[in-house]
Design a protein around this ligand. Structure first.
Ligand code: TEU
Length: 577
């Protein structure tokens, strides 16, 4: 209640419901499991939780394929469980953000089922992106767009269903930027617009504090759906052979662009902003501060900032930061651009290192290709591929986290990172479930490695994830060391570092602080140092150890520091005098 704008400095913890904690023993995490573990979030010291989708879904894309936006999938529980979870989170002072998936529905959604039956030209088809094909008999797709999960972004109706009920030969195609089971909605359609406003109200009425908007940059497509000579491929741009200007080595331009964005006629069209203005108005009619967070792979940062103008969303994930290489100059550029562009619109900057779509940062930062600056947002890793340097990844990962948590604005954590959880980089192929794995012909590992059920108790079956010992994806043996109970009991653990940093961040009000580079704090070119309020954050990226000024009072460090000497890949927080 009141105009607290709580999100401005919030640390927001992403729960991936199927992998957080299992309350009913079926091997898939659920809302009961979340309720049982809410105290962990208090112990850690975060301000809010964001739940990836738990709605009714055939789970073709782990719930990002929604069949009913107003129901909970039985896998996860029911609406009463949700209400209990939200109430208990609120009672602990935690805000609750839910995930909204407006770019596409599941093909199980009643609207799509109706559209298939109703046939070409019907009002039901107008809610989606149906088009006639090219070629003599419409045997070619309407344009050359490729799905992000691989293969054409179009499927012809009669490739999957028999002719429509009235027997008319149905050769229309429908657009799906992701899986064939995720048909894209038509955001020019008034019913679509109205229904999503009503879905927002449905969850706002149940007390949610905000929404994370999936593929927020993709809902509106360029008029006429023109062919594109680029390749939609990957979000990090590394596979976008056709899209020239995009850099891929994690070296940002002055404007912060480093290949962390999507481009093409299916992304970042100006029309999306009308939708967000209308949603902003819906949120305004509610008591208390509610927020919208854009998942938008948009560059440059000045384009991303348009999503967080005063009358639009409150936050947008800063993926340019996530895809920047481990390098003082590169990070300096992207941090400056991030803060500068958000200052223009008055929105808080966000920081994120891991989520359910990317290789976890402790693993990512240990991968040979990443260390060499060849690839900043690799798809998952599997046994046949170069394995990470685990020790280096963890060291850099902890330093990166400490550096991130000192910055002003809002930070996002992905469940498990507080334990130093790595990706499962040797998961056998037969367990993999990411639809992109099959669609890309098993050429890339896909995103399962970062989605493995969490470890809570080192000596229990399934490391305490599930009482039955079942897990929907296999856990690696290395999970014993990152089990919550071990981490909590061990001095100097990753968990203790997160806990300490979050406490200090609050004490020194860093989330609402201001950022200033300190060029001359130490005499070393490969050091990045900034001051936020009365805390100096210094990271050493160079080979040479750095001696801190005499009498420096170290508040926190990513690894123990002896004699005020900061080694390579270490971040320290120092009390400013
Ligand atoms: O992701 C959008 C997106 O563009 C990517 O992060 C994508 O997941 C990646 O390129 C796949 O290789 C969002 C969700 O976060 C993701 O989990 C969903 O699969 C996707 O939308 C579709 O809803």
């Amino acid at each position: 209640s009141g105009a607290s704008e709580w999100w401005r400095n919030a640390v927001i913890y992403q729960i991936y419901p199927r992998s957080f904690a299992d309350g009913n023993g079926d091997g898939v995490g659920d809302i009961r499991g979340i309720i049982n573990r809410l105290d962990h979030l208090v112990d850690l010291g975060v301000d809010a939780l964001w739940l990836s989708p738990f709605y009714k879904s055939p789970q073709a894309d782990a719930g990002y394929d929604v069949a009913d936006y107003r129901q909970i999938d039985p896998l996860f529980g029911d609406l009463d469980d949700f209400q209990e979870m939200a109430d208990k989170a609120h009672a602990r002072g935690l805000k609750v953000i839910v995930d909204l998936v407006p770019n596409h529905t599941s093909d199980d959604h009643a609207w799509f089922q109706e559209a298939i039956k109703a046939g070409p030209g019907s009002a039901a088809r107008d809610r989606y992106m149906f088009r006639d094909g090219k070629g003599e008999n419409g045997e070619l797709p309407p344009n050359n767009w490729q799905s992000i999960f691989g293969g054409p972004a179009w499927t012809r109706v009669d490739q999957r269903w028999n002719a429509s009920e009235d027997g008319v030969d149905d050769k229309q195609w429908y657009l799906h930027m992701f899986d064939t089971r995720q048909p894209d909605l038509n955001w020019d359609n008034d019913e679509v617009k109205e229904d999503f406003k009503s879905i927002l109200r449905f969850w706002l009425d149940r007390g949610v504090d905000g929404f994370r908007i999936d593929v927020a940059h993709g809902m509106v497509k360029a008029a006429g759906l023109p062919d594109w000579d680029g390749v939609t491929g990957m979000v990090d741009g590394t596979k976008n052979e056709g899209a020239s200007q995009v850099q891929t080595d994690g070296t940002p331009d002055e404007d912060g662009s480093n290949g962390g964005g999507n481009s093409g006629p299916m992304f970042d069209q100006d029309g999306v902003h009308d939708i967000y203005r209308s949603w902003h108005e819906v949120l305004e009619t509610y008591e208390g501060d509610r927020c919208l967070v854009a998942e938008a792979w948009v560059e440059p940062l000045s384009r991303l900032a348009l999503y967080v103008r005063q009358d639009e969303m409150q936050q947008a994930f800063n993926f340019s930061y996530l895809t920047t290489k481990w390098d003082a100059a590169a990070l300096r550029t992207v941090i400056s651009a991030s803060i500068r562009e958000n200052d223009v619109v008055g929105a808080p900057t966000t920081w994120v290192l891991s989520n359910h779509d990317v290789v976890r940062h402790v693993t990512r930062m240990g991968l040979p290709a990443v260390i060499e600056g060849k690839e900043m947002n690799p798809n998952g890793v599997r046994a046949t591929e170069p394995q990470p340097d685990v020790e280096l990844g963890l060291k850099r990962g902890k330093a990166a986290t400490l550096q991130m948590l000192g910055l002003p604005g809002s930070a996002y954590l992905y469940n498990g990172e507080e334990f130093g959880t790595p990706d499962h980089t040797e998961m056998p192929d037969e367990f993999r479930q990411d639809p992109a794995f099959e669609r890309k012909g098993r050429t890339e590992a896909g995103r399962d490695g970062c989605r493995v059920p969490l470890a809570w108790e080192a000596d229990k079956p399934a490391y305490g994830f599930s009482e039955s010992g079942l897990t929907w994806l296999p856990q690696p043996d290395t999970y014993k060391a990152v089990a919550a109970d071990v981490q909590k009991a061990t001095e100097g653990s990753t968990f203790r570092l997160y806990q300490q940093a979050l406490r200090l961040r609050k004490e020194h009000n860093l989330g609402l602080g201001s950022h200033a580079w300190l060029a001359d704090f130490v005499d070393a070119p490969e050091v990045l140092a900034y001051q936020n309020n009365d805390v100096i954050v210094l990271t050493n990226f160079g080979d040479a150890p750095v001696q801190l000024p005499a009498g420096s009072d170290i508040l926190a460090s990513s690894v123990p520091v002896a004699g005020n000497v900061v080694e390579r890949d270490v971040c320290v927080w120092i009390q400013a005098k």
